[in-house]
Write a protein that binds this ligand. Structure first.
Ligand SMILES: Nc1ncnc2c1ncn2[C@@H]1O[C@H](COP(=O)(O)OP(=O)(O)O)[C@@H](O)[C@H]1O
Ligand SMILES: [Mg+2]
Length: 440
């Protein structure tokens, strides 16, 4: 029945369900266009029904390709089919990012009651490990450990961090434990020991990007119980699907855009959701994503990004690492932080690049070696204002910052410019003088 209050509230009555089901944590009943991935996984996991340990499975594909949802969906069906004879534990390695914290969280999930909880930093690793094995054995069930974003674990702790978890598979009684690893970046596999690698992906399941027509079906399916039929124009659905397809076939993006568009239409009291809302939603979405990325950075990354923003503000062209570092040190000085080493700064720059906040391009500078050329992506004024939301940075004034001296690089690369410290400039000038003499 239509909500009778809408006519009093003056609201156009097109919402018939719960819009929050378009939010990230909602698990839909079915997952169209993932039938073959579901079938493959079910096939592998079905061995528990025959009484043998399933192979480990690696799920890989870009973000928003349905990996986490499919893993949750399939293991839920397996639990149903076995009357909870299989225990499934989900760990996001972005949050639990060391073998130690993963084991603590597992031990606590396996705790029959709160009294057995282990304090987060209470026990040494080997004791946690033994306790984990003991609890798994005592339970006597098949255990499936879903390690989502497993690449984060390896990137942070190195390949060895998998040994301890793979050892767990062997040490638990009757080898009843399996791992489902999930990643959107398979490059972490390159650094792994060949044996670890082959154990981790005894089976692998590829999640290809959704195309626009698949995303369209997904949107129509996800909207079915939420809005009155016809209240979201086909053109609006198509546009969300097209944008999601363009962004590496990302269902999350398509669904998020649709949710924001609907919210906008409701707020404006529009009778339907049109392409206009989607276009506006996209702008808002980009801003929100950027704000979230910036405000959740660790403090030192914020200071470095602030330095990049200021450097770009002083001269709106490409910057080199050295120049950002000089300004970074000045900012640290002004705010009373210890500056990090150039090595760490180089790592943080790569992280900022991963977050899509910077682009970096490595270029040769002739005899001065190679240097990274950097630009802040997007609207650096808003990035700056988001950075200054941080209490630690809010007093920043930037009084001591100056444009660095700029000098041409190697003579054979006249169109490429770099910034150098005063001593380098001295070297460079005497160099040029020498070469002029030599040419004479
Ligand atoms: N085939 C599908 N049908 C319906 N919704 C989907 C489908 N694939 C993904 N989604 C939705 O898109 C979002 C992203 O999916 P998710 O499984 O988190 O992707 P990944 O883990 O690959 O990044 C989730 O909100 C999920 O519910
Ligand atoms: Mg995921």
């Amino acid at each position: 029945m239509d909500n009778p209050f809408f006519k009093y509230a003056g609201k156009k009555n097109f919402l018939v369900g719960d819009l929050s089901t378009l939010g990230g944590s909602f698990q839909p009943e079915s997952l169209p266009h993932r039938e073959s991935q579901i079938e493959l996984m079910a096939n592998t996991l079905s061995s528990v029904i025959r009484g043998t340990r399933p192979s480990n499975i690696l799920l890989y594909g870009k973000t928003g390709s349905g990996k986490t949802s499919v893993a949750t969906h399939v293991t839920k069906m397996l639990r149903e089919a076995t009357d909870d004879g299989v225990k499934v534990y989900y760990v996001n390695c972005q949050i639990y990012d060391s073998p130690y914290s993963i084991m603590v969280s597992l031990v606590n999930m396996l705790a029959p009651n709160q009294e057995n909880e282990i304090p987060p930093l209470g026990w040494p690793q080997d004791r946690i490990y033994l306790e984990l094995v003991r609890r798994i054995n005592r339970m006597g069930k098949y255990v499936i450990l879903i390690l989502d974003e497993i690449d984060k674990l390896i990137k942070k702790n190195g390949g060895d961090s998998l040994y301890v978890l793979l050892k767990l598979l062997d040490d638990s009684a009757g080898s009843r434990t399996s791992i489902i690893g999930i990643t959107n970046d398979t490059s972490f596999m390159d650094g792994l020991d060949a044996r670890v690698r082959s154990r981790l992906n005894q089976e692998s399941v590829l999640f290809p990007p959704y195309n626009a027509s698949e995303l369209r079906d997904i949107l129509v399916y996800r909207l079915a119980d939420i809005v009155k039929q016809g209240s979201v124009e086909e053109a609006a659905i198509n546009l969300c699907a097209a944008i999601g397809a363009q962004e590496h076939g990302d269902a999350r993006k398509a669904i998020d855009l649709m949710r924001i568009s609907i919210e906008m239409a409701i707020r404006a009291d529009n009778p339907a959701v049109t392409e206009d809302e989607v276009v506006k939603a996209r702008g808002k979405f980009e801003m929100d994503v950027m704000r979230e990325a910036v405000t959740t950075l660790p403090l030192q990354s914020k200071v470095l990004l602030l330095s990049a923003v200021i450097t770009q503000e002083l001269d709106n062209s490409q910057m080199v690492t050295g120049e950002i570092y000089e300004n970074y040190k000045s900012i640290c000085n002004e705010l009373g932080f210890m500056p990090l080493s150039t090595r760490r700064i180089s790592d943080i720059l790569s992280e900022l690049e991963d977050f899509g906040l910077l682009t970096a391009k490595t270029k040769s500078m002739g005899r001065y070696g190679r240097t990274r050329w950097i630009r802040v992506i997007g609207d650096y004024k808003s990035i700056k204002s988001h950075l200054l939301e941080d209490d630690h940075l809010s007093t920043f004034s930037g009084g001591g910052l100056m444009r660095q001296t700029r000098i041409s690089s190697a003579s054979d690369e006249k169109d490429e410019w770099g910034y150098m410290k005063a001593t380098d400039i001295g070297d460079k000038l005497s160099d040029l003088a020498n070469s002029t003499l030599a040419n004479d």
